[in-house]
Design a binder for this molecule. Structure first.
Ligand code: FCB
Length: 458
């Protein structure tokens, strides 16, 4: 059902685009479980994703992250790859189960891996954006309740404390959590992600503990590494309606409250949005005195991940139903390509949050069924997608939103969670049988653009 738009196959931003500014960071992103493999090496402990992906039926084709892109062994080659793209920055995540033993002490071998990786990236002149939690909770913490257990927030702060003491000076920007909405909602509500629970009330409680862990971690990071940037990465979704009744309009609002405000309001307004409990009555989490102040710890930046828009209508009661639009362009994920959604959300956050910190788009990109043909990968849909979303960012910047950079998801094809290796998000193709990396056409174009930008006088 993909309706091809007029595909733009060059990458040539207009002269007045923010993209030409050398201080507008362009980077590529990955996450530990999705690329590293080596899941049992050098004392790495099992994570909830090792457990979850081993359960038949949870991940497409039974794929797991046991080998992934074998980045743990090929990191030197991968740093060369990143550096060769002429990007300014690389966003990666640290695997908690790799660097911390179950008793809370440091796993020297695990931390040494990240120390050498970060040092090499910095030596290449790349800025390092490091996420502490991109969904790979140590299984031993899940065995004690995972994010449903308030204690996990404190264990996370200890982990942040340890890592920031060990890696101080090698990180330009820390992010505590990647997409707490996905951890809470897919981990505990829909059950699509590890640990696979299906109860919205648990999702609300998990979210509260994730955010509490974020606030506590922010304090540890600030103490240990005062000069780096610190923040959190949130996924956001645009919700609109093709209906015209007041109930349909409210349904679209509720969609965004559930997808965006649930995370951003506690961080930036120190409260949960009332609409959330209109949607899901009786799901209020247990909150202890002082929690909301911890959660509202000021951030130096906010990371925004954006992928698509969802069309909804009223469900006739107090909620919304998703009603996929016909005849729109979709990606290999089935997600609608809707660049205006990114601009509109950015403008909305700018209006809604007086204390909105500077923003980095920490993920944006698309999956396509890419194959190497005669040594080349022609990913025309991705090139068009990136062009149009970057134009949307430029529009938001021109309207006054402080966006400081943009990271393409992803550097290379990788383990796409419940969809395994079938969905290819990389600007670099990975042949999983040989681990050969091949630059897709999008990667060539981004690289050439950045070379041109670099060559311009300051
Ligand atoms: C985001 C995740 C990232 C990747 C993209 C496609 O939700 O943060 O790891 O899977 O989606």
């Amino acid at each position: 059902m993909t309706k091809p738009a007029a595909l733009q196959t060059t990458f040539d931003p207009p002269a007045d685009s923010v993209l030409w500014r050398k201080d507008f960071l362009i980077g590529v992103a990955t996450a530990a479980y999705q690329i590293e493999g080596a899941s049992e090496e050098d004392g790495r402990l099992p994570s909830i994703w090792d457990t979850f992906s081993a359960i038949p039926g949870k991940v497409l084709h039974g794929d797991t992250g046991a080998v992934a892109c074998d980045h743990y062994h090929r990191w030197e080659e991968d740093v060369e790859l990143i550096s060769g793209l002429n990007v300014d920055a690389y966003r990666l995540s640290i695997a908690w189960p790799r660097v911390m033993h179950a008793d809370g002490s440091v796993n020297e071998k695990g931390i040494a891996f990240y120390r050498q990786l970060l040092a090499r990236l910095r030596a290449k002149g790349l800025k390092t954006f490091v996420t502490l939690y991109h969904w790979d909770l140590p299984q031993h913490l899940e065995d004690r309740g995972g994010w449903i257990n308030r204690e996990t927030a404190f264990r996370f702060a200890e982990y942040a404390d340890l890592v920031s003491r060990e890696l101080k000076g090698l990180v330009d920007a820390w992010s505590t959590l990647n997409e707490p909405w996905c951890s809470a909602m897919h981990g505990y509500g829909t059950g699509h992600h590890a640990p696979g629970k299906t109860d919205n009330k648990l999702a609300l409680q998990a979210m509260h503990h994730l955010l509490l862990g974020h606030g506590l971690a922010m304090r540890a990071l600030r103490r240990n590494d005062p000069t780096s940037l610190k923040g959190l990465v949130a996924n956001v979704g645009r919700g609109t309606t093709d209906g015209d009744t007041p109930a349909d309009l409210r349904a679209a609002e509720l969609f965004e409250i559930q997808n965006n405000d649930w995370v951003l309001d506690p961080l930036l307004k120190q409260r949960y949005p009332a609409g959330l409990f209109e949607l899901w009555p009786g799901t209020e989490p247990e909150v202890q005195p002082g929690d909301m102040e911890i959660i509202g710890e000021p951030m130096d930046y906010l990371g925004i991940n954006y992928y698509f828009r969802t069309n909804v209508r009223s469900d006739g009661a107090h909620g919304y139903t998703e009603m996929p639009l016909e005849g729109v362009e979709r990606t290999q994920m089935g997600w609608e390509v809707y660049p205006d959604g990114l601009r509109d959300l950015l403008l909305g956050f700018h209006r809604n949050y007086a204390n909105l910190p500077p923003i980095y788009i920490t993920e944006n990109g698309t999956a396509s069924d890419d194959a190497v043909v005669n040594g080349e990968v022609n990913d025309a849909q991705r090139i068009s997608f990136l062009n149009r979303h970057l134009a949307a960012v430029d529009e938001a910047v021109k309207a006054g939103v402080k966006v400081r950079g943009y990271f393409i998801w992803s550097l290379m094809d990788n383990f796409e969670w419940a969809f395994g290796y079938e969905r290819r998000f990389g600007i670099v193709h990975v042949d999983y049988s040989t681990q050969k990396r091949t630059l897709k056409r999008s990667a060539h174009l981004v690289r050439d653009f950045l070379a041109k930008r670099r060559a311009q006088p300051d």
